[in-house]
Design a protein around this ligand. Structure first.
Ligand code: PPE
Length: 305
């Protein structure tokens, strides 16, 4: 259960959690066209809180809205300010921020020309996405029977609400079969991403991640690529197949919610030694230090409350 907080930002106003309601004819509820973001706020070593890569997340929100043809009635600056203010108002030192742009009620049918475009920002506390143990020991993954979106069926570069029906199907299947997460293949059969995470693999010191062709351009993925390059590690953005993962030395997921989660098993095969490998551990440590404002080198990613 999401732990209730005091306030929610809705259409430019701060209102009480219990008052943040919409009409049942809200268009997005019926047809799934809305866009959203997921952002994390971290408590830093000096007691301050910072929102990680806030600008990049809000830029992506506006890009998603552009792709989805939803005109956001606020400026990026207004949304960024509201993200920080809602954390302060709720007294959250650490938490997850969920801006959501959706189509309100008006006409029904798939041509909602004049329905209002509405925006909410909700915050709540969100611990380790795949569990604290997964963060430490690694997670267990199953290749999904569901294929990831074709680029001409859904708009994969946009974080569109309806895109996540595919994720819910895949995640449910994986959990029902006793795994923690689903690995999704693209329409050509290559590894794409997980239901809410990007994926990286390491083999003989070379790190690979799928190219952006059909996946969400993860902001954590971008942070990790930067960190890897800064460490002088070799990285390529290249397609690979599931069997390449089976023989990898290390595999890990990245995402705002999932942070850097090691993968210890895929389709019942242990990855490497079956526990988080050295590169994964090092990247995870650096990522958390950057996110907590401890690394001067990455201070550009940190935006204090
Ligand atoms: N792929 C998908 C499909 C995805 O949903 C996410 C984020 C990523 C990759 C990683 O993107 P980034 O957060 O920018 O590094 N998934 C969000 C939603 C999770 C949820 O269950 O809700 C998130 O991590 O916030």
């Amino acid at each position: 259960m999401v732990q209730k907080v005091d306030s929610i930002w809705m259409d430019g106003e701060f209102i009480r959690w219990d008052e943040a309601k919409v009409h049942i004819l809200t268009h997005t509820l019926h047809y799934g066209l809305g866009v959203f973001e997921g952002i994390r706020c971290y408590l830093c070593h000096d007691g301050r809180s910072e929102v990680f890569r806030l600008k990049e997340h809000i830029d992506r929100l506006f890009d998603s809205a552009l792709i989805a043809e939803l005109e956001i009635p606020f400026s990026p600056e207004e949304i960024m300010d509201a993200c920080k203010e809602i954390l302060r108002l709720n007294g959250l030192k650490e938490g997850y921020i969920r801006p959501l742009v959706f189509i309100g009620d008006g006409v029904m049918g798939v041509h909602p020309q004049d329905n209002p475009i509405r925006v909410v920002i909700v915050t709540w506390e969100w611990g380790a996405y795949l569990g604290e143990e997964a963060l430490q020991q690694g997670t267990r993954v199953k290749t999904s029977s569901y294929t990831r979106h074709h680029v001409n069926v859904m708009m994969t570069k946009a974080k569109i609400c309806g895109n996540y029906v595919n994720s819910v199907f895949a995640k449910r299947e994986a959990v029902r079969l006793g795994y923690d997460e689903a690995l999704m293949l693209d329409t050509d059969g290559y590894v794409s991403e997980a239901t809410g995470e990007n994926i990286f693999m390491v083999k003989n010191g070379l790190i690979k991640t799928p190219p952006l062709s059909s996946i969400l351009a993860g902001i954590t993925r971008d942070s990790i690529i930067t960190i890897l390059k800064d460490k002088g590690l070799e990285l390529v953005e290249q397609r690979f197949t599931r069997d390449e993962l089976y023989t990898a030395d290390e595999v890990f997921f990245t995402g705002t919610a999932a942070e850097v989660t090691p993968v210890r098993e895929i389709d019942d095969r242990a990855i490497g030694a079956g526990r988080p490998g050295p590169i994964t551990k090092e990247i995870q440590t650096t990522f958390f230090r950057a996110a907590r404002g401890e690394l001067e080198q990455y201070s550009r990613w940190v935006s204090y409350l």
